[in-house]
Design a binder for this molecule. Structure first.
Ligand SMILES: Cc1cc2nc3c(=O)[nH]c(=O)nc-3n(C[C@H](O)[C@H](O)[C@H](O)COP(=O)(O)OP(=O)(O)OC[C@H]3O[C@@H](n4cnc5c(N)ncnc54)[C@H](O)[C@@H]3O)c2cc1C
Length: 235
């Protein structure tokens, strides 16, 4: 049974700035006291009768009393301005959980996750859920950002990669600023290099529509069928 959609009331418990434009907030559930969702799902925040913005859960479902959202506030619209202004004690009402960008655990294939910038959020929840519940299969994350300063969870995924040998973490940036000596280029280029065979592969892509199309084209050119490419389009 998928978790029930509810109107939840919560209050901001902590605010963290992960990069110059990426903010994380912890929300303490008030009513109901626990929030059930599946890793990869999202909640909607109302800004008026016909205006809502969607935010994916960044935390795994094991944390039901305290949930985390994470946003890139650079778009600077109504959602970004609201997120940026959140402070400890603020009340946050939302509706959810919604969405089908969830890892099918019964699927025996090895997942390839590809995130473009803030598209990492649902994938982070999925990955933590996998590690906390003992997902034994190989999984790869390709995490692309314009430059290293945007890689919000780089350190965390690096640590996970060292702790879980079945997890391969491959960050990549367009512009190698600072001390970056990792991979450089576009997400579809790394997918092209990294995927030798699509046999037994299932892909989960999240970010902008242009990235999703390009990565899907690369994977389909290698023989992956369209249905094996699952995606969540943020913009
Ligand atoms: C299912 C779903 C889940 C989402 N989860 C998250 C999340 O966890 N964190 C998050 O930050 N956003 C998430 N988004 C995007 C979010 O809902 C808003 O669109 C975003 O915060 C911008 O809202 P805004 O009101 O500031 O700007 P808007 O006025 O809505 O958008 C301004 C312009 O920026 C584009 N845009 C929106 N976001 C980006 C971006 N990150 N990079 C480049 N261009 C963008 C829009 O398409 C539009 O053209 C999600 C969207 C969907 C559909």
């Amino acid at each position: 049974m998928p978790p029930k959609v509810i109107v939840g009331k919560s209050s901001v418990e902590a605010v963290r700035r992960l990069t110059p434009a990426v903010f994380e907030v912890d929300l303490r559930m008030e009513d109901p006291p626990e929030f059930d969702f599946e890793a990869g799902q999202w909640v909607s925040i109302p800004f008026g009768p016909k205006t809502v913005r969607a935010y994916s859960l960044a935390s795994p479902p094991s944390s039901r009393r305290l949930i985390t959202l994470c946003a890139d506030v650079a778009p600077a619209g109504i959602g970004s301005r609201w997120f940026r202004a959140l402070k400890v004690g603020d009340l946050v009402e939302f509706k959810g959980p919604t969405g089908g960008f969830v890892l099918k655990r019964a699927d025996p294939r090895r997942p390839l996750f590809v995130a473009e910038e803030i598209g990492i959020v649902p994938i982070r929840s999925i990955l933590w859920d996998c590690f906390q519940t003992g997902f034994g299969r190989p999984a790869t994350l390709i995490y692309w950002c314009r430059d290293p300063s945007w890689l919000a969870y780089d350190r965390e995924f690096g640590l996970l990669g060292r702790r879980y040998p079945a997890f391969t973490y491959r960050p990549i940036v367009r512009e190698a600023t600072g001390e970056w000596d990792g991979e450089k280029g576009e997400p579809e280029e790394l997918v092209d290099r990294a995927v030798q065979s699509v046999e037994g592969l299932v892909a989960y892509l999240c970010g902008g529509g242009a990235m999703i199309n390009k990565v899907r084209d690369v994977l389909m050119a290698k023989g992956l069928d369209r249905k094996s490419v699952r995606w969540e389009k943020f913009w």
